[in-house]
Design a protein around this ligand. Structure first.
Ligand SMILES: *[C@@H]1O[C@H](CO)[C@@H](O)[C@H](O)[C@H]1NC(C)=O
Ligand SMILES: *[C@@H]1O[C@H](CO)[C@@H](O)[C@H](O)[C@H]1NC(C)=O
Ligand SMILES: *[C@@H]1O[C@H](CO)[C@@H](O)[C@H](O)[C@H]1NC(C)=O
Length: 511
């Protein structure tokens, strides 16, 4: 089965590289058809450009929850009556949605989905979709260069709308996908005031990875900038999504490289049913997942995903980053807590392969004792977690290394809420079916398991169900662990002791 997956990802890689090279070859050949001095004029200390609406090419459609599919009413900068005609509600929040590069020159199917989800969550809000389709369907580098002009259009529009209505800046939230994320950033930079929030949904990578903060989305562009990175595979200049953090909070679901459910088998199935014209879906699946994760956060409020600050995805996969102290964890998507630390913070999370995407994160720590020296790599395990609210059995996990008298720590996830943990079972599978009957399998002794839950922020110590050790034999029975009642009660005693001591020291100091 593993061999199969290797082949699959190899084919996927070939297809992906084809797309990536098309992306980046554009970047080196075609010269952008945008005057380069435009931008310096915009940033110059002059407000003349702001009130010149004659060169605005982008259109601003106020969509409705009844007709989320179509642009039926445009608000036109300079034409005050259009604000009323489109029934803009000056008392509520406004979302401005900005699309990215398009091959077809048409809106992609996610646009009405995001509009619907925004209205579902904020029924009285204004959801405005920016139409820059004509500039977005050029060769990639041309469209990429157009982000400056489109950003200027959006800034003019917002500056005008705000001034007309004395609309509060803190009610503005701009959402941009792919190239649209950089449009949002440039728009934010050019506005008279900072908008409340910009959400970057997998901001485009090619031509932006090494660009300066003025040309890309950056933390300076709004009071709060949050970013989801979902397709950052490959070397930095070839990655479809930007790899470096560009916001106050940058979340890398599943490491940010590639998303579950976007593998070749799934996408080939889709191509088979919808035709080869949708080949780009193979690439877009992970890229567009950023939008669907955000939609998920809008409509599946009771299944709020959490992300955790960590130095790298490798460290995160060891399970050591599941802390929530000092803003180290945050909600993913719409309800993110606005943490504005000075340095960018990279956050990580795992997800399911479909909506709702939420999973529960656990760190498992285990020490392998043995009298003899045993050493294995990449061992298939099946782990079962039992809790008061449910259970998840036979979670597959490949243990990177198992060695005598060493401790390992790893990340495990469940898609169901099992509540407070009661019992854990470990099975060490044998990769070959036929064993030798006279062969004595290698066995580790395990005394304790430590499990930390990210979502519950709890730590539980488990001990062998029978006796001092549980035995973990290759191809053998399950090693069973139960909650250590003594450890829990001794902890309680410790707390009580501390409390008593604190009481006495308090008394001392006041005397
Ligand atoms: C930029 O400003 C210069 C001088 O102020 C002017 O000559 C030029 O036409 C401007 N460019 C654009 C694109 O507005
Ligand atoms: C722009 O010019 C005005 C008046 O000359 C000045 O007060 C203001 O500080 C300038 N702003 C910037 C950002 O340079
Ligand atoms: C592993 O540690 C145990 C207990 O500390 C010890 O008895 C055993 O000999 C060690 N095993 C090896 C292979 O060193």
């Amino acid at each position: 089965k593993q061999e199969n997956m290797g082949k699959e990802s190899a084919v996927l890689l070939v297809i992906w590289m084809h797309f990536a090279s098309t992306f980046s070859s554009y970047a080196t050949t075609a010269e952008p058809a945008v005057e380069t001095d435009t931008f310096s004029n915009i940033t110059a200390n002059s407000t003349d450009w702001m009130v010149d609406f004659s060169d605005i090419e982008s259109k601003f459609a106020l969509r409705t929850s009844d007709e989320p599919e179509d642009d039926l009413c445009y608000i036109v900068p300079g034409q005050r009556e259009t604000i009323k005609e489109c029934n803009f509600n000056p008392d509520t929040k406004t979302f401005i949605v900005i699309h990215g590069w398009t091959v077809t020159g048409m809106y992609e199917s996610w646009v009405p989905k995001l509009v619907t989800a925004l209205y579902e969550r904020e029924p009285t809000a204004n959801v405005i979709v920016v139409d820059w389709l004509i500039r977005a369907q050029q060769h990639y580098p041309t469209s990429a260069a157009y982000t400056k002009l489109v950003g200027r259009d959006v800034a003019k529009f917002v500056n005008w709308l705000q001034a007309e209505l004395e609309y509060p800046w803190e009610k503005l939230h701009i959402l941009g996908y792919s190239l649209g994320a950089h449009v949002a950033g440039i728009a934010g930079l050019l506005m008279r005031n900072k908008v409340n929030r910009i959400t970057g949904l997998d901001p485009a990578g090619p031509t932006f990875e090494y660009a300066d903060a003025q040309s890309t989305l950056s933390p300076d562009d709004a009071l709060f900038v949050d970013v989801l990175h979902t397709n950052t595979r490959g070397s930095p200049d070839r990655s479809i999504g930007i790899q470096r953090p560009v916001g106050h909070v940058d979340i890398y679901p599943n490491g940010g490289t590639f998303q579950p459910g976007c593998d070749l088998q799934n996408t080939m199935m889709m191509v088979a049913t919808t035709g080869l014209r949708n080949m780009d879906q193979i690439v877009k699946c992970s890229h567009e997942r950023s939008i669907h994760l955000f939609i998920d956060s809008l409509i599946n409020m009771e299944q709020q995903s959490m992300a955790y600050r960590c130095s790298s995805k490798e460290t995160f996969n060891k399970g050591v980053c599941l802390s929530c102290r000092k803003n180290r964890c945050n909600k993913v998507g719409y309800d993110v807590t606005k943490v504005r630390s000075r340095r960018n913070s990279k956050m990580y999370m795992k997800t399911r392969d479909m909506m709702p995407y939420k999973v529960y994160h656990y760190q498992v720590k285990v020490h392998f004792f043995s009298q003899s020296k045993i050493s294995y790599t990449d061992q298939p395990m099946k782990i079962s977690l039992y809790g008061y609210a449910g259970e998840k059995e036979n979670i597959p996990y490949v243990m990177p290394a198992m060695k005598t008298n060493t401790t390992v720590s790893f990340l495990l996830t469940t898609d169901v809420d099992i509540g407070e943990l009661m019992m854990v079972k470990l099975v060490w599978e044998k990769d070959t079916i036929i064993g030798w009957p006279w062969w004595n399998p290698d066995t580790f002794h395990v005394r304790k398991l430590r499990v930390k839950s990210g979502e519950r922020q709890s730590r539980v110590i488990f001990v062998a169900k029978d006796g001092e050790f549980s035995y973990l034999a290759r191809g053998g029975d399950a090693a069973v662990f139960v909650k250590d009642k003594e450890a829990q009660s001794s902890k309680k005693n410790e707390r009580l002791h501390k409390l008593k001591m604190q009481g006495s020291s308090f008394k001392k100091t006041t005397e």
